[in-house]
Design a protein around this ligand. Structure first.
Ligand code: TMP
Length: 212
């Protein structure tokens, strides 16, 4: 029987720099002959990418935003993530449900309970095996955003929004500390890559040992 792949996610406030590291992480996995699917949320499927456009640009009610995040997630989980994991592929995903707890639950102050209900409905029994939380001072995150791109609907939010978002991420870590790797995202890229590589190699070794 094929051994199930690992489901790995990256999280952090906008401007934390997590997406920069995905090609590097993919390369480390491939260098160790791990088949990997790289994907993102919101997005990851044709429908999910269309919903992403709406979510990042179009003003909408909070519950609508939250439901669309989970609608995109349902497509993604059922049609890409679960099939890949079952085939023994690893899935490296830029954000998943922790982002809903952080942004909708925390930033938009919806609270964790509503998110939990949707999480149970959409992907009960599926959690990332490991999550890297890119942790960065909010002022630095803002500078990076302003220097590198045109801001979307989330990135335009005020500092209070991001304080609540970041706090909700910390709450997630507190509730499930074994799942998270903390990354000091104010460090330079080579230092962060060194950490990521070490952690990935450890995961690969443990995964292979569990198989033999
Ligand atoms: P990205 O910039 O990491 O690609 O993510 C797009 C934005 O979507 C980012 O500002 C965070 C937001 N988001 C949520 O608000 N809730 C979610 O569940 C997800 C996955 C992303």
């Amino acid at each position: 029987m094929t051994q199930q792949g690992l489901f790995l996610t990256l999280e952090g406030v906008d401007g934390a720099g997590k997406s920069t590291h995905i090609p590097f992480m993919k390369q480390v996995l491939q260098d160790h002959n791990i088949p990997v699917v790289v994907t993102r949320e919101p997005g990851g499927t044709p429908l999910g990418e269309s919903l992403r456009e709406l979510l990042l640009q179009q003003p909408m009610r909070l519950k609508t935003e939250c439901l669309l995040m989970f609608a995109a997630r349902n497509e993604h989980t059922q049609t890409r993530i679960i099939p890949a994991l079952k085939k023994g592929q690893w899935v490296l995903c830029d954000r998943y449900t922790d982002a809903s707890y952080a942004y909708q639950g925390g930033g938009r102050a919806l609270g964790a309970e509503q998110i939990r209900v949707l999480e149970q409905w959409v992907h009960a029994g599926l959690q990332p095996n490991r999550t890297w939380l890119f942790d960065v001072p909010l002022e630095l995150a803002r500078q990076r955003m302003l220097n590198t791109r045109v801001l979307d609907r989330f990135e335009k939010e005020d500092v209070e929004f991001f304080i609540r978002t970041q706090q909700a991420y910390y709450d997630r870590v507190h509730q499930d500390p074994q799942r998270f790797y903390m990354v000091d995202a104010s460090k330079d890229i080579p230092t962060i890559q060194k950490q990521l590589k070490t952690e990935l190699i450890e995961l690969i070794e443990n995964w292979r040992n569990a198989h033999t």
